[in-house]
Design a protein around this ligand. Structure first.
Ligand SMILES: Cc1cc2nc3c(=O)[nH]c(=O)nc-3n(C[C@H](O)[C@H](O)[C@H](O)COP(=O)(O)O)c2cc1C
Length: 455
């Protein structure tokens, strides 16, 4: 069993309530930080821990905290990003639904470290029932004196509010989230200035993912040095992974970073192998935005080294043969999956969710959806595959926020690794028309058919 930091008490009956959470050591980090540490000492512990943001990009949390402008004299804010809209990712929901006080404790300790007196949790509109759970837990925390004025008699004041978004993927992007929190349409802002200098209400602001904040109590209680001992290399600590798709045991897991992908995928402690023992065709390790990996690059990298669940290992080989840990949305595909249909489905999502500010994203996501749809339904042309490649190249890197990249990467990776499947759709439309689109020929046969046809 790997070490559990976040989910240690997740199965304790009643842990959702303040009483039970407190009985299991809850809010100790607030006592320790407020009574015996300066804010800068808390920041130092987080820096020492090597914690990297769990929202997707993996930016070091302690370093981000040290960028917050403390000299301007303006109020500062900590905003928890609980938007969690990336397809395949549902780890933050689990944490908030089952152990809401862990996030609230993390918000208090982290807000103290950053010198914030008004902090926010921004949660996606579709998580209305979780919003209510958080509201209840926040009320309990106020009643017990962990929030409000003069917390523990230390003179530190903190108000915490939970805000429900309208249900838009773009509002997970930190500057769009800030706009939305200010009551405006969730359009990303041009950076710089970064939120650490000018964020919510133009005040210095740190935006962190739920998981990044919820781990801070453990770091404060046990020290950053102890946290840094867990994991591997620059991927310290544990990570929540939400697993879905064609595996035996889908769900949310806390793993120690550095676990092999093979063990995570195949051991009974985790995913237990493939559902119905069908062959593994592909894997998306970090949510819909990250490149899909074909079977031969899942357990081993291109050089034959073991693939590990870590930031570095999953991205070995760059986009040519690697992917990313991203938000930890681990999606498993068996041999019945149509990669073209899956890619079209993602493109449809990104087109729908593009805010429309930047032309390459607004127009490009729509074109990709259209072209993918005609290929998938047997109306594609040979040149459509290169057209798709061209469109995604023109989106990547040409937008204000990375939603454009998030839309482009899955298309690029699908073509890079499964080009024959696209060709098969174009050249053998009769084989896919009027059929259950989820079940295609096995990929090896597709490859063979396409190769034969080319010759
Ligand atoms: C389109 C888009 C959607 C995003 N959605 C989320 C999200 O739902 N949750 C999240 O924590 N980060 C999301 N991010 C990343 C945030 O912009 C930001 O990097 C993150 O909240 C920082 O927290 P961290 O440093 O703790 O990872 C998204 C980014 C983009 C471009």
């Amino acid at each position: 069993m790997g070490q559990k930091i976040l989910l240690e008490h997740a199965n304790v009956p009643g842990i959702k309530t303040y009483e039970v959470y407190r009985q299991h050591g809850g809010y100790r980090s607030v006592e320790k930080a407020l009574k015996s540490m300066t804010p800068d000492e808390v920041v130092e512990e987080v820096k020492t821990s090597g914690l990297r943001g769990r929202g997707g990009a993996g930016f070091p949390t302690g370093m981000k905290w040290s960028f917050i402008d403390k000299k301007s004299g303006k109020p500062r804010h900590l905003v928890c990003n609980a938007d969690e809209s990336e397809p395949g990712t549902f780890k933050d929901r689990y944490l908030m639904e089952y152990i809401p006080h862990l996030l609230i404790e993390g918000m208090i300790t982290s807000s103290y470290a950053l010198g914030c007196n008004q902090s926010y949790i921004y949660i996606r509109g579709e998580y209305m029932w979780v919003y209510r759970i958080l509201e209840t837990a926040i009320k309990e925390a106020y009643a017990a004196g962990w929030l409000g004025k003069n917390i523990l008699g230390t003179g530190y004041d903190l108000d915490l509010a939970v805000h429900c978004g309208g249900g838009a993927y773009i509002c997970g992007e930190e500057t769009a989230l800030i706009e939305s929190l200010e009551g405006k349409r969730g359009n990303p802002r041009i950076k710089p200035p970064f939120p650490a200098i000018s964020g919510l209400w133009q005040n210095p602001t740190v935006v962190n993912n739920v998981e990044s904040i919820a781990v801070v109590p453990w770091i404060v209680n046990n020290t950053g040095a102890e946290y840094a001992k867990i994991g591997i290399g620059r991927s310290t600590g544990t990570k929540l992974i939400s697993a879905s798709g064609h595996c035996k045991n889908p769900g949310v897991y806390e793993i120690e970073l550095g676990l092999s992908v093979d063990e995570f995928m195949n051991s009974d402690e985790y995913l237990g192998g493939m559902m119905d023992d069908r062959p593994l065709k592909a894997l998306i390790p970090g949510g819909s935005s990250v490149p899909i990996l074909p079977a031969h690059l899942i357990f081993k990298n291109a050089e034959g080294g073991d693939r590990l669940m870590s930031y570095e290992s999953l991205s070995e080989g760059g986009f040519a043969s690697g992917s990313m840990l991203g938000s930890g949305g681990f999606i498993v595909y068996n041999d019945t999956t149509c990669v073209v249909r899956n890619t079209w489905n993602f493109s449809r999502f990104y087109h729908h969710e593009s805010c429309g500010q930047c032309s390459p994203c607004r127009e490009g996501t729509g074109w990709m959806e259209k072209v993918l749809h005609r290929i998938e339904t047997g109306h594609g042309r040979e040149e459509d595959i290169d057209l798709l490649w061209d469109i995604q190249r023109k989106i990547e890197g040409n937008t204000i926020c990375p939603l454009g990249d998030a839309a482009a990467w899955p298309v690029a990776a699908a073509i890079r690794h499964f080009r024959e499947e696209f060709e098969y759709h174009v050249r053998f439309p009769e084989k896919i028309k009027d059929k259950d689109h989820f079940v295609h020929e096995p990929f090896e046969k597709v490859r063979h058919l396409v190769a034969k046809q080319t010759v």
